[in-house]
Design a binder for this molecule. Structure first.
Ligand code: S3P
Length: 171
């Protein structure tokens, strides 16, 4: 098994539809990491779906819950964390992610992302019924933040197992 730099955790970041949850599962399987899905943790703790939190309490409340959930992960060992696409919006979250371990950006083209987003209707910030232009603008604004990651993996044309292998080689 390979050594993980800095600490033995892997933090997956990337836009909605980048495959963070899927890749976390593949990594868990390939290298025995504990899998943590931050969105799932928020849903479990708040007892309501993410779309419900957005519609009844607003995005800022969701961001607070998200930041809180991230902080609650410490101490963390031998885990792979699938974050939500907006976790990098707050600078303190970007710093905290770095302190937990290797931050890996799952990079995908807009073509890939938009095809996936068009096929799902559970993301308040990427509702295909309203068209995906707003989501594309959000993606463009966030790109420089994702690119601050220590490790960047291009995922287009790769299977989840191939992406997991590429991550394990890079860390
Ligand atoms: C969001 C991404 C979602 C979820 C929420 C907000 C975002 O997670 O946290 O809908 O702001 O990009 P995924 O990236 O897992 O879809």
């Amino acid at each position: 098994m390979c050594m993980v730099s800095k600490s033995d955790n892997i933090l997956l970041i990337g836009f909605m539809g980048a495959g963070k949850t899927t890749i976390a599962r593949a990594l868990g399987k390939a290298a025995g990491y504990r899998i943590i899905d931050l969105d799932a943790l928020i849903v479990e703790r708040r007892g309501r779906a993410i779309a419900e939190i957005f519609s009844s309490e607003g995005e800022e409340a969701f961001r607070d819950y998200e930041s809180e959930a991230l902080r609650s992960l410490e101490p963390l060992s031998h885990a792979v964390v699938a974050t939500g696409g907006g976790i990098i919006g707050r600078q303190e979250n970007r710093e905290f992610l770095r302190s937990l371990g290797a931050v890996v950006y799952l990079r995908a083209s807009w073509k890939t992302l938009s095809a996936r987003l068009a096929a799902s209707d559970d993301r308040p910030l990427a509702d295909p019924a309203a068209g995906l232009e707003k989501a594309r603008q959000l993606w463009l604004r966030r790109l420089p933040l994702y690119e601050q990651a220590e490790i960047i993996i291009d995922t287009d044309e790769k299977s989840p197992a191939e992406v997991a292998r590429a991550i394990l080689q890079a860390i």
